[in-house]
Design a protein around this ligand. Structure first.
Ligand SMILES: [Zn+2]
Length: 704
């Protein structure tokens, strides 16, 4: 009889991780000359790192081992210093994760020109056209200029990768492998892509971005499928060579625009999900929930740099407070935190940073043994990985995009997330690969989700039919809206500054700030619909006296006051099956104005129709997350002080109340295990939080 392998995976208890960014060129003989494996290892020890991610290869394309298929970095002069480092880490029982760069590879770019990505005009990423462009920041963000980009549809490159993986797995002993850059930095028109598309569809690649053109949509789907298939190829090949290896693909791209071509399959081909992000703490809070929901195995991994604000600044290091907040915010979601350092080109590390990181981790590690159970929330934001484009405002243009782009779905989803966080409402994030989980929530938010697959729409319909609550706003699937509410779309307002006027039925959700005389401003157009008689109208569309686009006429010179009151619905409440739906003609939850957030949350509270999971008198900076461990009969409540300005202001002395129908026997502060006073009123267990610098954790124990 074969016994099942019950040894826990290394990553299960690995919360402290590190990566040293080493994309160093060989244009100077000093580069990497001072790399010292012993010193690097001592830095890892000082920082209390459990799992070091170590560069075996970089975007520059050199291998750090004596590769036969590639070339060892000349700075190592043939010595396998990375091998020495890996041996030191393995001997110390650290869990070594190897780093390898896909697609970004300057060495391959130079040696094998036929494998390069080409833009729609036939230019590769390091062509003179890009080298001479003035907007260097936009180029860097797009992987152009410095970076040699290789097309994953180049089958020669795939054969090369097979050799590289085979060498790598035979040379080094490691437990995990991080595959970076599994995305499309550009829209590729190389011969390999052209031929593959022709073989698969019989068509030529379309060259105009036009979301009303089925040809363009078909090409985008092909790009997503090709990339997913490439991720499966890389993971599959590595697992064939080394079956026990755990793979992680770069998934910071989960919320990146459509051009990256990234769908859930990139995460599905990873044993656990993670990525490096630099968008601040609001973004991190959302991403941690997205990763928590989508990862195949916990913990997920959140990575960010020691460099402030990102790796673009080599010498400015984040403060201890910032590093602690990154770590604690990750831990409030029971994720693993990976701190990214950037090596000096000579190959040296700054010991001061590792002492700082060691101080951070020695404080945070005390909490690790308490992480258990599952994240609990009544509400989930549905994040559609297919809706990462601006369908309504993008006029057709040539398929060449340089620089970052925003898209409405992420902006308004983050807007909803911020509203929840500021009002202490725990929430989760669901995507198409874990859509089956939506039945475990009471309410789903679907904000500016322009493109839903049939399976997604069917799951959402079924969710509402069975009693779920849905808030749906802005650009939405007309088919879904027609089925749910019987409404049809007739266009959008020409005016791009508009208003929502509460009706008598809707007034209570608009508070004292807004009424018919002073309606709520929407900085954008609103969708005009033909309504169904059974739907209750909570607000109507009001337009400004004059069209803001026409500068020749105005009512008030600085603003566009409301003046034309229409009967077109702006917010409706509808029933479907056993469930209910609120539809809003614009995703006003995106607004940074707190009054807008309050209207959004009051509508959500009405729709949810039950006491919130958490209520608190805490300032809006305090985020709550709740985990439930039914095996231990405990709830864990985490409080995180989220501020974007430093030094931070402590948030002291507030009440926290968590909904429970169980009889609570104790409330303890962790890690001290100190019991604190609490009260229970049949709905909530309440206790006082005396102080909060960055993070507090409480354990509520109850009788079964
Ligand atoms: Zn290509």
């Amino acid at each position: 009889m074969r016994l099942k392998n019950t040894i826990p995976k290394w990553y299960k208890n690995s919360y402290r991780r590190n990566l040293v960014d080493m994309h160093i060129s060989a244009c100077n003989p000093e580069f990497l000359a001072e790399f010292d494996p012993q010193e690097y290892f001592q830095c890892l020890k000082t920082a209390r790192i459990q799992s070091p991610m170590i560069y075996t290869h970089s975007h520059v394309g050199y291998c750090n081992w004596a590769s036969e298929s590639g070339e060892m970095h000349p700075g190592f002069h043939g010595k396998d210093k990375i091998g020495e480092l890996i041996d030191l880490c393995n001997a110390d029982k650290m869990d070594v994760i190897a780093y390898y760069s896909l697609i970004y590879n300057n060495w391959v770019y130079d040696k094998y020109p036929l494998w390069r990505m080409l833009d729609v005009d036939g230019n590769p990423s390091r062509s003179e056209v890009y080298m001479n462009m003035e907007d260097k920041d936009a180029l860097m963000m797009s992987g152009l200029g410095r970076y040699g980009l290789i097309c994953p549809n180049s089958y020669g490159y795939r054969d090369f990768l097979k050799q590289q993986f085979s060498e790598l797995c035979s040379v080094y002993s490691f437990k995990g492998l991080f595959l970076d850059m599994t995305f499309w930095p550009m829209i590729c028109y190389c011969d390999n892509c052209r031929n593959r598309y022709r073989e698969e569809t019989g068509l030529e690649l379309p060259e105009t971005i036009d979301w009303t053109d089925p040809d363009w949509i078909r090409f985008q789907e092909a790009r997503e499928i090709w990339l997913s298939e490439f991720a499966a190829f890389a993971s599959g090949e590595l697992k064939r060579i080394k079956p026990d290896i755990d793979i992680e693909h770069q998934f910071s791209t989960a919320t990146h625009p459509w051009t990256f071509g990234v769908r859930a399959a990139i995460s599905e081909n990873s044993d656990y999900t993670g990525g490096d992000l630099y968008g601040g703490f609001e973004q991190q809070s959302f991403i941690c929930k997205l990763y928590y929901g989508i990862t195949k195995n916990q913990p997920f991994e959140y990575m960010t740099s020691r460099c402030d604000p990102s790796l673009f600044d080599h010498t400015t290091t984040k403060s201890v407070e910032m590093l602690k907040l990154h770590a604690y915010l990750t831990y409030a979601h029971h994720g693993a935190f990976l701190a990214i350092d950037a090596i000096d080109p000579r190959g040296t590390l700054n010991r001061n940073f590792y002492e700082t990181l060691g101080n951070v981790f020695s404080e945070t590690s005390i909490f690790e043994k308490y992480y258990s159970g599952f994240m609990k929330s009544d509400i989930a934001i549905y994040f559609s990985l297919a809706s990462k484009m601006d369908i309504e405002n993008g006029s057709p243009k040539r398929a060449k995009i340089i620089g970052t782009q925003k898209y409405p779905h992420i902006e308004s989803s983050l807007g909803a997330a911020t509203a929840f966080r500021k009002m202490h409402i725990p929430y989760s994030v669901v995507t198409d690969n874990n859509i089956a989980k939506i039945s475990s929530y009471d309410l789903i938010v679907l904000s500016n989700a322009a493109v839903l697959q049939d399976e997604e729409a069917a799951a959402i319909l079924n969710f509402v039919r069975c009693g779920g609550k849905l808030y749906i706003s802005g650009t939405a699937s007309e088919k879904l809206c027609r089925e749910l509410m019987g409404i049809s779309f007739e266009g959008v307002t020409r005016e791009e500054v508009t208003y929502m006027s509460p009706t008598d039925a809707g007034q209570e959700y608009f508070g004292k700030m807004y009424d018919r005389n002073s309606p709520m401003t929407v900085f954008g157009s609103q969708h005009v619909i033909r309504n169904h008689d059974d739907n209750q109208v909570l607000a109507t569309i009001t337009l400004p006296y004059t069209d803001p686009a026409d500068l020749s006429v105005f009512a008030s010179i600085h603003s566009n006051p409301p003046g034309i009151y229409t009967q077109n619905p702006a917010i409706i409440l509808a029933s479907y099956g056993k469930g209910k739906v609120i539809w809003a003609s614009a995703a006003f939850e995106e607004s940074n104005q707190f009054e807008h957030k309050k209207v959004f949350v009051s509508l959500i509270q009405m729709l949810l129709d039950k006491p919130m999971l958490v209520t608190s008198s805490a300032p809006t900076q305090v985020e709550f997350t709740v985990f439930l461990d039914e095996d231990k009969s405990v709830m864990q409540i985490h409080c995180v002080n989220i501020q974007e300005q430093f030094p931070m202001i402590p948030m002291n002395c507030y009440e926290a109340a968590v909904r429970t129908d169980k009889t609570v026997t104790s409330v303890k502060c962790l890690p001290e295990q100190k019991e604190i006073e609490f009260t229970q009123d049949g709905t909530y267990v309440s206790f006082a939080v005396d102080s909060l610098d960055i993070f507090r954790m409480f354990e509520v124990k109850y009788n079964v």
